[in-house]
Write a protein that binds this ligand. Structure first.
Ligand code: GMT
Length: 378
């Protein structure tokens, strides 16, 4: 029997959706699927040669007649070309906007029978879905896909409410590759290299520093925490709010306590030297960084927003606090950082939860079931 061929389109740059698309592709390839990425660039997590993974670049022609280069049309055209040439069985796109719409157009253009799976990650619904000019288009992409999955229950509900979508959508949670995300004792030397004293606790925040990540709340909480706990804050990532955050850190006199690391690849090492992870977003459909932290044994505090409460079990592997409630966030942080018994219990609970509910084998199998069910329909 010939192997199943899966086309994948995602945003290839740093970000949870690109991570999930690429890690899923790698694990599927290990299981014998043939994977064809159709993207504008090589996905950043695809660092070496994988024999079953192929990459098809979407090329842009910059004709002077176009005021704006038509990327979406170029993508649809490339999808159609790859579907026909490689006889793709399933086209799995991450994000409805614009990828599902491009996939539908591509399907119209080809002879070969291909099924479209769309995975919703959040921003296309919670940010773009409020724009009246895009709403109908996003709903069209969702309605016309053969199967739709979303990374949390909360995202399914938001998609129904904001876009009036009635069709079935399956929740398939995100996952981490346990081989990469684990407690790494070999990372301990980093504490010394970053000038972290042996009696200091380490708090970590990782994001793309967009406004929705509320990094300022992390800084205000950290300021309160340092009044009771000797601690350092690792800030990992970069983005539009970066300079505002740097300024706030200086204004609050925290410059010696905050370590700005910018974009980093090996976050499992940074998580392994951390004691607490803060994600205080105002919008978050899942919060993959929470799962990464839990897999490295780090308890988390997150806001009562979107999918975060589906990831952190309040009072078991971390705490859920209301958005912007700096007092509660800092009190809970202090409690965890000063109570070793509780910290150890939360750390263990988090590891257990990752293995039980977000294990890569379980999640990859759920995607495989979606593909297999679709391939059985004529
Ligand atoms: O959070 C971002 O700004 C990046 C965005 C992305 O495209 O990667 O993240 C979304 O997808 C991730 C993977 O499913 C989720 O873990 C994030 O929660 C989600 N971001 C938002 O909903 C804001």
């Amino acid at each position: 029997m010939s192997r199943t061929k899966i086309g994948i389109t995602c945003y290839p740059t740093v970000g949870g959706s690109g991570v999930i698309a690429t890690e899923l592709a790698k694990l599927l390839a290990e299981k014998g699927y043939e994977i064809h990425f159709i993207t504008s660039n090589i996905p950043f997590r695809l660092k070496r040669i994988y024999p079953n993974i192929y990459y098809h670049e979407v090329e842009m022609n910059h004709y002077p007649v176009f005021q704006y280069p038509p990327y979406d049309l170029a993508l649809a055209n490339k999808m159609a070309e790859v579907i026909n040439r490689e006889q793709i069985d399933i086209l799995h796109v991450h994000y409805a906007m614009p990828h599902a719409i491009c996939a539908i157009l591509a399907k119209e253009m080809v002879e070969h029978d291909v099924k479209i799976v769309t995975t919703l990650h959040g921003t296309d619904i919670t940010v773009l879905g409020v724009d009246p000019s895009l709403k109908n288009m996003i709903r069209f992409g969702i309605d016309r896909s053969d199967r739709v999955t979303a990374v949390s229950e909360s995202l399914v509900n938001q998609t129904r409410e904001m876009l009036n979508v009635e069709r079935n959508m399956d929740v398939i949670y995100n996952f981490v590759d346990e081989r990469e995300y684990r407690q790494r004792e070999e990372a301990n030397h980093l504490r010394e290299e970053y000038g972290i004293q042996s009696d200091e606790k380490v708090i970590i925040h990782i994001s793309n520093f967009r406004q929705v990540k509320r990094v300022q709340d992390v800084i205000y909480s950290f300021e309160r925490i340092t009044q009771e706990v000797n601690a350092k804050l690792l800030l990992v990532g970069d983005g539009p709010e970066y300079s505002t955050v740097c300024q706030l850190v200086s204004e609050l006199g925290l410059r010696d306590r905050v370590i700005f690391l910018g974009k980093q690849e090996n976050v499992s090492e940074l998580l392994s030297i951390s004691d607490l992870k803060l994600l205080l977003s105002s919008k978050e459909s899942f919060g993959l960084v929470l799962l990464e932290a839990m897999a490295c044994g780090v308890p988390c505090i997150g806001t009562n927003i979107g999918g975060i409460p589906e990831v952190i079990q309040n009072g078991e592997s971390g705490y859920i606090c209301e958005l912007g409630d700096i007092e509660d966030i800092s009190n809970k942080s202090i409690e965890l950082l000063t109570n070793f018994e509780k910290w150890t219990e939360f750390s263990k609970n988090g590891l257990h939860r990752v293995n039980q509910d977000f294990h890569s084998e379980t999640v990859v199998k759920q995607y495989e079931d979606v593909y297999e069910e679709l391939l059985q329909t004529v």
